[in-house]
Design a protein around this ligand. Structure first.
Ligand code: ADP
Ligand code: MG
Length: 251
C-alpha cells in the first residue's frame, strides 16, 4: 500500500457570520491511520469533523476522500445526490448518540442500508446482527434505545455507522456523555476497530486513550492546528507553549 492520502483537507476555513471558527486547516489522513484531535472547548474540533461529511460545509477550502472531492460545488439536485453518496463512505458517531428513539436497535441499524443502499429486509437484518455481534450487543436487537445504558447506546450508534461499511469513521467525543464506568466498553470497540485498521478521526478529551490508540495527534486551538505529531511527541515533548498549557490541565 502506498502512503497516498485517504482523507485530505486543504486550506479549510469556516466562519459563522464574523466568527472565524476554522482558519486554514490542512490535514491528510492515510488509509488505516488513526488521528486524534484534541484541544479546548470552542477550538473548532466538531466544526472540522462536521465539515468532513458536509453536515456543516466549509466557507472555503477542500475536503477529499480518496479521489472524490466531498465539498464540490454542484447544482442543488446533483449536490444532494452527491452528498448522499459520499456520506455512505463516512461513518459518524456523536457525543449524544443520536439514535432514532422511535426505532428499535434493529430499526436504527437497518434504516440507512435499506433506504440508501436498497438492501432487502433479510440482508439488512443479517447486517444488523453481524454489526451488533461485533459490539457485543446481539441480545439487544429488539430493544428501544430508551432501554439501553449510555455505553450500550453508543455501541449501537457505532454498529449503525459500521453497517454502511464506511471507508472512514469520525468520532466526536464519543465517550464524553458517558458515566465513567461505561467509557471503557466504548473505548474497547474503538480499539477493536483500530486493530482492524479502520481509518479514524477521533475528537477526544481522553489523553490516555489517544496515546494508546492513535498514530497522530493534532492539537487545535482557536481554529488552527497549533501542533501535530505522534502521541509520544505531543504528550511528552510538545513544542508549543499553547499545547503545554492545555496538557498541563488535561493530562
Ligand atoms: P469544539 O468542538 O472544539 O468545542 P466547535 O467546533 O463546536 O468547537 O465550535 C467552535 C466555535 O464555533 C465556537 O465558538 C462555537 O460557539 C462556534 N459555533 C459552532 N457551531 C456554530 C453554529 N452553528 N453557529 C454559530 N457558531 C457556532
Ligand atoms: Mg465539540
Amino acid at each position: 500500500m502506498t502512503n497516498q492520502a485517504f482523507v485530505t483537507i486543504k486550506n479549510a476555513a469556516k466562519s459563522y457570520g464574523n466568527l472565524e471558527v476554522l482558519k486554514d486547516i490542512n490535514l491528510t489522513v492515510e488509509r488505516g491511520q488513526i488521528v486524534a484531535i484534541i484541544g479546548p472547548s470552542g477550538s473548532g474540533k466538531s466544526t472540522l469533523l462536521r465539515a468532513i461529511n458536509e453536515l456543516d460545509p466549509l466557507t472555503s477550502g477542500e475536503v477529499w476522500l480518496e479521489d472524490v472531492q466531498i465539498n464540490k460545488k454542484l447544482p442543488f439536485r446533483q449536490y444532494e445526490a452527491h452528498v448522499n453518496q459520499v456520506r455512505q463512505d463516512i461513518g459518524m458517531v456523536f457525543q449524544h448518540f443520536n439514535l432514532f428513539p422511535h426505532l428499535t436497535v434493529r430499526g436504527n441499524i437497518t434504516l440507512a442500508p435499506r433506504m440508501l443502499k436498497g438492501l432487502s429486509e433479510a440482508d439488512a437484518n443479517k447486517l444488523a446482527e453481524e454489526q451488533l455481534a461485533k459490539v457485543g450487543l446481539s441480545e439487544k436487537i429488539d430493544e428501544y434505545p430508551s432501554r439501553l445504558s449510555g455505553g450500550q447506546k453508543q455501541r449501537v450508534a457505532i454498529a449503525r455507522a459500521l453497517a454502511m461499511k464506511p471507508k472512514v469513521m469520525l468520532f466526536d467525543e464519543a465517550t464524553s456523555a458517558l458515566d465513567p464506568e461505561l467509557v471503557e466498553e466504548v473505548n474497547q470497540v474503538m480499539k477493536q476497530l483500530a486493530e482492524e485498521h479502520m481509518t479514524m478521526i477521533i475528537v477526544t478529551h481522553e489523553m490516555d486513550f489517544a496515546a494508546s490508540v492513535c498514530d497522530r495527534v493534532l492539537f487545535m486551538d482557536q481554529g488552527v492546528v497549533v501542533e501535530e505529531g505522534p502521541p509520544s511527541v505531543i504528550f511528552q515533548n510538545p513544542k508549543e507553549e499553547r499545547t503545554r498549557n492545555f496538557l498541563r490541565k488535561h493530562l
